[in-house]
Each structure stands twice: as structure tokens, then as C-alpha cells.
Design a protein around this ligand. Structure first.
Ligand code: IMP
Length: 434
């Protein structure tokens, strides 16, 4: 069976949780490779809704091995809370969850530093999730981070915290802020987490290698999305990790030759939270209507998401940097009531037509979207399970997206439940999983 990566192909919140959950039934391992509890993966099972921030969505399926990779940053308090909430709801967490000894920790001073940095940016703030993600990755790159494996050596923890502490206190002094962290208590708290988590902290590259050698197949679960990727996103309005498919390999210590395919998750329109460019942003009453119908409020922070029309320039770019074999198109039903639907096919910049996504934000700021207009179908598609049963104009819209992006649409999601899904016969997805 193949090893497949699932990535967000826009600015996040595309519905990765549902698609990972759906495909988990076909694999043995689900591995998350980037980010931290800035993510919020919502999964609806029957009348129950689960929102997972750190733990791979596979945890909701008995017998699946869930892996948290070295590319992640983990807040031990958030992890403890999530594990407790899941077990309280009857989800078994035993030897089905392993955590990389190389993953870095998010610590209280990271949250303090993030609040300070965002405040100092003023109107240029990134609009982060305030979970300490950026400063944790900064400490990692600055070679002063603390890793999950350090929790296994409690006596050495006070020393391991020193470099990060020096850096933090230097910034506090320079900005006239009070340093608020109790480092002794922190070392004791971390030692406690070490005791709880000890059996799960492993060399996950080795765990994955052994599982793949046994012929088990893996779903690589991306968090955030391509346009939020630290290298390939709309920098500086990005997160701090490698959210693209390549991140699955570096974030888990798995060689490129083991990846068999990539599915890009896209919404039938576009959303983003936080600041930064969104060329096809709708604005006004219509945007609010889509936000309400699509419940477009952050799963982690509750912030209203900005909504735009489907931007084929963005998703074609995503298809290129991720090597997307197939798209899963979600939330088509949110567009059901609209009399007309716009699809962005290019940008007009300084009199020229641009069809490749620019890196330069000043170019992007000056871009006017070029749209094709589709008649709305104005009949309910929610819950449809057969592509042929979609209204003609909805099928034309989906097919046009596929043409413009240059990738098949293997899955169409028509509602939050597992069963509200069209799996298209003859697609790469059916070839991999059926
Ligand atoms: P950070 O990841 O908290 O540093 O936030 C950086 C940017 O990424 C902000 O614009 C956030 O809103 C955005 N972001 C981070 N995680 C997610 C996510 O899971 N979905 C959507 N946006 C996210």
C-alpha cells in the first residue's frame, strides 16, 4: 500500500482533518510532520465533533499508529490537555501514539516573546495564533531549543534551559519588560511531563522505517498550508514551519523515495486568518454570508476567517511546489445558494496578465484578480455522494478548477460527515486506496 501526503493547498483550514480521517481507514500509520497547536483539525463522526490541535487525526481510529514528528513544536501543557480531553471522551491513547525525541518544545517564554514581537510590529503584525510557535522555531534555528528527548534526562534540564533563558532575558532587558518565567518550576514541570511521556518519546524515523519495511502504509498529515509555508508561502505572513509535502520528509526523517503521492486539500473558495495578501478577497455582505454559511471562524482561536473566491493561480502554484497528484475539494455546498460564483484565473499587474504566483508582496498588493463567472446552481448539494448527481453548473465549476490547476479532483466533500463525500472513480485516490 502507498505512502501518501495530505497537504493544505491554500492558506489553511481547507478541511484536512476530515480527509485524513476518511483515508485513515485505509492505512496503518498517520504521521504529523510540522507545526504545533496553532493547527485545528475538525472531525465530525456521527453526532460527535472532535477538534485536534496536536495529535494526528488517526487517533480516532483504533489500531492506527499515530506519530508526531521532529518537524513539530510541542507545548507539553497543550499536549497533556488534548490527551486528557480525548481519553475523557473514550478515545484510547496507549501505545498508539509516539512522539519524536527530536521535536522541539514550546515553553512559557516563547508565548511571552511572541506577544512582545507582535506588539512591536504594530500595524505590520502577522496575526499569529499566539501559541508561541514562531519563537519556538526561532530557538530551534538559534540552537538554544529544548527537545522532547531532553525530558528524559530531568537532572540535566536546568542546564538545557539556560541558553533559551539567556536569550529571553536579554530581550526583556532590552525592551524594559519584566522576565516572568519561574525557571526552577519550569524544570520541575518538564521533569513531570518526562515521566508521563517517557514511553512515547522515540526515534520516530526508526519507528517509521520499520513500519514501512513491514509493508504498512502511511498518511503524512500536514498542518497549516502551502501559502503559510516558511519558504514558499506569502512571507512574512506565514507560519514558521515547512508545511509543504517536502516538509513531510524532513519533519519525520523519511527519505523522498518513500513518498508515493500527494493529495492537496482545497476549499471550493479561499480563506485565510491573520494578516497578509488574499488577492481574491470578496468583501462586504457576500463575504459575511459565505463566512456564516461556511462557519469560517478559526478552530484554534475563534477569529473570523477572511473569505475570497477560488484562486486558481494560488492552487496551480501549490500543485507545482507540492507535486499534487490529486485534489480534494471541500465545502462545495457552502456555495449552493449563490446566484453567481467567481473563479480567479490570473492577476492583472501593471497592465500585464500574471498567471504564476509572485514571491514579491509588493507585486501581489498591486494585482487585480481576473475572474471567470459561473452561474450558481442554487440547489442543495450537501450530502451528495455521486459526482453525476451534482447539478451541471457545479460539475462545470469543479471541472474548470481541475483544468486551471492542472490536477484531477479525486474527492469532493459535500458536508462535514465522513459519508458526505464523493470519491471519484478512475482517480489516483481510488487507485491508491481501493
Ligand atoms: P503562527 O503559526 O501562530 O505563527 O501564525 C502565523 C500565521 O499562520 C497566522 O496568519 C496564522 O493565522 C496562520 N495559521 C497558523 N496556523 C494556522 C492554521 O492551522 N490554519 C490557518 N491559519 C493558520
Amino acid at each position: 500500500m502507498p505512502n501518501i501526503a495530505i497537504v493544505g493547498a491554500q492558506w489553511g483550514d481547507e478541511g484536512k482533518g476530515k480527509i485524513v480521517d476518511l483515508l485513515t481507514a485505509k492505512v496503518q500509520v498517520v504521521a504529523r510532520y510540522n507545526g504545533g497547536h496553532n493547527a485545528g483539525h475538525t472531525i465530525r463522526i456521527g453526532d460527535q465533533t472532535f477538534v485536534l490541535h496536536l495529535i494526528p487525526s488517526g487517533i480516532l481510529h483504533p489500531g492506527i499508529l499515530c506519530v508526531m514528528g521532529a518537524g513539530m513544536v510541542i507545548d507539553p501543557w497543550a499536549l497533556d490537555k488534548e490527551m486528557t480531553e480525548l481519553t475523557d471522551r473514550g478515545v484510547a491513547i496507549d501505545d498508539n501514539l509516539v512522539i519524536s525525541d527530536r521535536a522541539h518544545l514550546i515553553l512559557p517564554h516563547h508565548r511571552a516573546l511572541e506577544a512582545l514581537t507582535e506588539e512591536m510590529r504594530g500595524s505590520r503584525k502577522i496575526g499569529t495564533t499566539q501559541r508561541g510557535i514562531g519563537p519556538a522555531y526561532e530557538d530551534k534555528a538559534g540552537r538554544r531549543g529544548v527537545r522532547m528527548g531532553d525530558l528524559l534526562h530531568p537532572a540535566a534540564l536546568p542546564e538545557r534551559l539556560q541558553e533559551g533563558r539567556r536569550h529571553y532575558e536579554q530581550i526583556c532587558r532590552g525592551t524594559g519588560r519584566e522576565a516572568t518565567v519561574d525557571w526552577e518550576k519550569l524544570a520541575a514541570d518538564l521533569a513531570h511531563f518526562g515521566e508521563i511521556l517517557r514511553p512515547r518519546i522515540k526515534d520516530v524515523s526508526l519507528v517509521m522505517h520499520r513500519h514501512m519495511a513491514e509493508g504498512y502504509s502511511v498518511l503524512f498529515e500536514g498542518a497549516q498550508a502551502t501559502l503559510l509555508d516558511i519558504d514558499h508561502g506569502t512571507y512574512p505572513f506565514v507560519t514558521s514551519s515547512s508545511a509543504i509535502a517536502g516538509g513531510a520528509l524532513t519533519g519525520l526523517g523519511v527519505p523522498p523515495t518513500r513518498l508515493d503521492g500527494v493529495i492537496g486539500i482545497v476549499k471550493a473558495y479561499t480563506t485565510r486568518v491573520g494578516s497578509g495578501p488574499l488577492p481574491s478577497e470578496i468583501g462586504g455582505v457576500l463575504e459575511e454570508q459565505i463566512r456564516q454559511k461556511g462557519s469560517e471562524f478559526g478552530a484554534s482561536t475563534g477569529r473570523p476567517r477572511r473569505c475570497g473566491w477560488f484562486d486558481a493561480v494560488v492552487v496551480r502554484y501549490s500543485a507545482r511546489v507540492n507535486g499534487l497528484d490529486s485534489l480534494a475539494l471541500t465545502k462545495l455546498d457552502v456555495l449552493d445558494e449563490l446566484p453567481e460564483i467567481l473563479l480567479c484565473t490570473g492577476y492583472r499587474y501593471a497592465g500585464e496578465l500574471i498567471t504564476e504566483f509572485p514571491a514579491d508582496l509588493s507585486v501581489l498588493d498591486g494585482c487585480d484578480p481576473v475572474y471567470e463567472t459561473f452561474p450558481g446552481w442554487q440547489v442543495p448539494t450537501a450530502g451528495t455522494r455521486d459526482f453525476a448527481a451534482l447539478p451541471d453548473s457545479a460539475r462545470r465549476y469543479v471541472d474548470r478548477i481541475s483544468d486551471l490547476v492542472g490536477a484531477e479532483i479525486g474527492i469532493v466533500s459535500t458536508g462535514p460527515g465522513r459519508e458526505d463525500t464523493i470519491l471519484r472513480s478512475g482517480s489516483a485516490v481510488t487507485a491508491w486506496f481501493e
